[in-house]
Ligand binder design. Structure first.
Ligand code: FES
Length: 117
C-alpha cells in the first residue's frame, strides 16, 4: 500500500497493525520500516538493528512500546528510537505518524535520539 497526501505516505491500514506484533512495511523509496501499535497510535522505526543490520520486525514487543531485536536481544523504545539494552548501542531513526480514516501515514523522518548525557 502506498499513497501520498499532505499527511505523508500511507504504509498500512491501522487494522493491520496488531498490538504486540511488529509489522514490516516499505516506503516507496524502498526504505524498510517497522510499525508498532500503541493503543490508538502507531510508532514507526527503522527496520534495521544497528548491531548487525538485521530486521527488527521479526522481533517482539516485550513491553509497551519496547521492541526487542530477534537476533541478539537489543531493545529499543519504539516512540523515540532510543536504545534501551544492548548489544546494540546506537538509537534508530523514527518517523512521525498520523492516523486518519483508518490509514497509517508516515510523515517526516526523525533522526535517532542521542542518549542523555
Ligand atoms: S542484530 Fe539486533 S541485537 Fe544483534
Amino acid at each position: 500500500m502506498s499513497a501520498h497526501s499532505e499527511a505523508g505516505v500511507v504504509v498500512a491500514r491501522l487494522a493491520e497493525v496488531a498490538e504486540g506484533f511488529p509489522l514490516a512495511v516499505t516506503l516507496p523509496d524502498g526504505t524498510p520500516v517497522c510499525l508498532v501499535r500503541d493503543g490508538d497510535a502507531v510508532h514507526a522505526v527503522e527496520d534495521r538493528c544497528p548491531h548487525r543490520d538485521f530486521p527488527l520486525s521479526g522481533g517482539d514487543v516485550v513491553a509497551p512500546c519496547v521492541l526487542e531485536c530477534p537476533w541478539h536481544g537489543a531493545r529499543f523504545d519504539a516512540r523515540t528510537g532510543a536504545c534501551l539494552a544492548g548489544p546494540a548501542t546506537d538509537a534508530i531513526g523514527t518517523w512521525s505518524v498520523v492516523i486518519a480514516d483508518g490509514a497509517v501515514y508516515l510523515g517526516a523522518r526523525r533522526a535517532p535520539v542521542e542518549p542523555a548525557a
